[in-house]
Design a protein around this ligand. Structure first.
Ligand SMILES: [Zn+2]
Length: 362
């Protein structure tokens, strides 16, 4: 028999002895030709790590949170992951009074697969765009650093409380808290979260996504397709000079004396053959594709005309093959894409799209 710590187990081993804490214990019914039987499964761990287990047979003295000495366990790979197994040869001895601090490990997830339910995960990616902010908690001033974290499937905002994180090369973060806030996924880490530098290559540029594959409100991706309908309130809008909010009448309700300036805005549905999604876009995303310059909007001698601006936007979007880069957010109407850049699809993109299509289908 070999005595093993959980962190040392990386392969299939027979006849192991281990002292572990049972972190969770559930039971399931199994139906086979021999009739119905019950087996147990869960997580166990020690100071070095956590692994899942399946117990074809487990002593009824074993409960959740118990520290147990286990003899004659074995490991096998299941779905390419190591799992511990107990059968009718396995022996269990409770170790009352023994305290064990279990090393928590987190499931590694790609950014695209981050659901919006609250949870803790491990993430790998590259950080950029550091911003520093101060906040007060219990009368104490603390700093929070925020970043854009990118992997090869997308990007999200990540906040780090009290600690600067390394930018520009690959890192792995353990224990990242995932929450949904204002229809977007937000990630955050505390000061104690483990940071590890890793080798990581990420292809530059935004991540191409099929609309039917969109599940979670992340950023840093692009879709390509054809606009199929444009919102009729798109086009020229007025904003308050003071608060920059869109104003529907002549003046802002909060700042009636502030005056206004012109801006442009568009919303439309884009279809890529797998589905459609609504896109919202402002001046930054629209100005190149629509050929609208900001001094046209501020020209007092020839103020912009609502109808003309609408038609120019409509003409440059509708029925054109477009690439839209941006961030997703979730609202009551479903998911929408806030565009940061809209451009025509050129020969370069066709090559890239072809490459993606081939890798998906070959
Ligand atoms: Zn205002």
């Amino acid at each position: 028999m070999v005595i093993k710590k959980i962190g040392e187990i990386t392969d299939e081993v027979q006849d192991i002895e281990m002292t572990v804490k049972i972190l969770s214990l559930s039971q399931k019914e199994r139906n086979s030709d021999k009739g119905n039987s019950v087996y147990h499964y869960g997580l166990l761990g020690d100071e070095t790590g956590v692994l899942p287990f399946t117990a074809w047979n487990i002593s009824s003295i074993v409960k959740e949170k118990d520290v147990v000495n286990i003899k004659r366990a074995y490991t096998k790979k299941y779905n390419d992951k190591i799992r511990i197994y107990f059968d009718d040869k396995t022996e269990f001895a409770l170790m009352p009074g023994v305290e064990m601090e279990v090393k928590r490990t987190y499931n590694y997830e790609k950014i695209r697969n981050l659901g919006t339910g609250s949870k803790f995960v491990a993430l790998e990616g590259i950080l950029s765009e550091e911003k520093e902010r101060e906040f007060e908690t219990n009368g104490e001033k603390r700093k929070v650093y925020s970043y854009v974290m990118e992997d090869d499937t997308g990007s999200i905002r990540l906040s780090s409380f009290g600690r600067k994180l390394p930018m520009g090369h690959g890192i792995r973060l353990e224990g990242v808290k995932i929450e949904e806030f204002n229809g977007r996924i937000n990630a955050s880490v505390g000061e104690k979260a483990e940071v590890q530098e890793i080798e990581l290559q990420i292809e530059k540029g935004p991540k191409f996504t099929y609309i039917s594959e969109i599940e979670n409100p992340i950023g840093g991706l692009y879709i390509s397709g054809f606009p199929i309908s444009i919102g009729e309130k798109s086009g020229l809008i007025k904003r308050c000079k003071e608060c920059k909010k869109k104003i529907d009448d002549e003046r802002c309700e909060t700042h009636p004396d502030a005056g206004f300036y012109f801006d442009i805005f568009a919303y439309f549905n884009i279809d890529d053959g797998t589905g459609y999604i609504s896109v919202t876009s402002g001046m930054e995303a629209l100005k190149d594709i629509c050929g609208i310059k900001s001094d046209e909007l501020s020209n007092e001698k020839r103020p912009p005309l609502r109808k003309e601006i609408y038609e120019r936007i409509e003409h440059s979007l509708m029925g054109k093959a477009l690439k839209v880069q941006g961030s997703l957010s979730k609202n009551t109407m479903g998911m929408s894409l806030r565009a940061s850049l809209i451009s025509s699809i050129g020969p370069e993109d066709n090559k890239e799209l072809k490459k993606i299509m081939e890798s998906e289908f070959l």
